[in-house]
Write a protein that binds this ligand. Sequence first.
Ligand code: TEU
Length: 490
Amino acid sequence: IGDIRGIIQKLDYLVSLGIKYVWLSPVYASPNVDFGYDISDYLSINPEYGTMADMDQLIKEGKKRGIHFVMDLVMNHTSSEHAWFKASLDPNSPYRDYYYHRPGKGKKLPNNWTSFFGEKAWSKNEDGTYYLHLFAQNQPDLNWDHPNMYNEFKHIIEFWLKKGIAGFRCDVVNVMYKTSLDNGKPRLFLKGLEKYHSTQKNHEILRRIRKELIEPYGAFLVGETVMVNTQQANDLLGNESEKELDMVFGFEHMDADQFLVKWFKRKFNPDKFNRILIQWQKDLPWNANYFENHDQPRSVSRYGSAHYHKESAKMLSTVLLTLKGSPFIYQGQEIGMTNVDYKSLDEYMDVETKNIWALAKKLWIPKFYRWHMIKTVSRDNARSPMQWDSMGGFSTGKPWLRINHNQKKINVAIQENDGDSILSYYKRLIKIRQQHPALIEGDFVPLIAKKGVFAYHRVLNNQKILVVSNMSTKYRKIKLNMDGEILLQN
Ligand code: TEU
């Protein structure tokens, strides 16, 4: 499954790649309904992954090698197995209002909200009342109006910062505070959104966390901010006197290959993708740049071409690592791992994938199209195990999710011995980035975003770096002044 001792074993690999920070998806105790995003105890490690002693050792071994850890912090919801939730099932418990328990309205649910995973946002308690969950049924939402909530998380945040972690990636951080539980306006999906999306109180909570808990430790926060434009993203960064997050993960560029919702894919539109990237580059002082994470399909399958697997993986990495901001590389991206080749629904583990399959069936979406949706969009595309070598590379045991059959061709062992591999390219690119201040602090000056060609300068004092990429599958001619030295090409 890839446990903490396994990460310790691979720290030197991360060093060879040039990695400085590692964001761990949640490793806390969890029944794993949503693979760690349903936390049952924030102060302990999931025994499947190891012990707290392993975690301490990981942090220590990382430090020796100049690698810092970022923990995932889920403040919007807990697991329904968390002690708070279990206690809250008793109406007289002091924990009752840690969550939103409400009676139904006659035969109806307390309101018309729908969840991120396509279901109704309420589920029934044994006593006939309902509880709110914006994600899976086993992920009840916390009530941030409760006077204890801040202190509960203060305790958790300080516990981890004292261990020496560098900061937090904050899960769905702009939907935590609900202004009311009134019915939401008519919307195709996520009914109720306007009652909790980036609310004023949410900003206040984040500013307080930042000032009182994060700043004293010199730590940082990168927020997963759902459905924000650049204006709203900037608001979540705050300003000099009242800072909030250090960086945000926006989603707008993830829309360049979809209609309305992610489950309806259309042909990738590179010009749209690049225009959105340009806008975020211009409007934000610093970006959290990513093309992949544990919720998104693999970028080389999504934006690249199977015919030009190697070239497109290298091209995408070049853009990712030369935009202004902090580049986030998702495990396996550095070897060009692709979407998985699962053949039937039972090979998938993801709760969202299963919910959407069921919902699509209810909506009479034909099976061939449901299958197409899952194949191209399922989060398990990114979650199949890291391809260390042609055997899988973990152990002789059965992995929690099947390894992609292309592991024989795409794996670390092969690429480490090939100077022309995607992995070798990443290594060179990261070095170049570290050696050229223009690629870090330099201004971003867009030049072309047309017909799949993306070109820009990064400029600092008299250092000027030109980045040109071709996201189409055709030859393209461009007119640009290109005198100078070639740093890297694919
Ligand atoms: O994701 C929240 C989110 O809005 C989406 O990216 C989501 O995963 C889904 O794809 C919406 O269709 C975060 C985590 O990254 C995700 O893994 C968790 O499942 C979710 O929050 C709940 O904690």
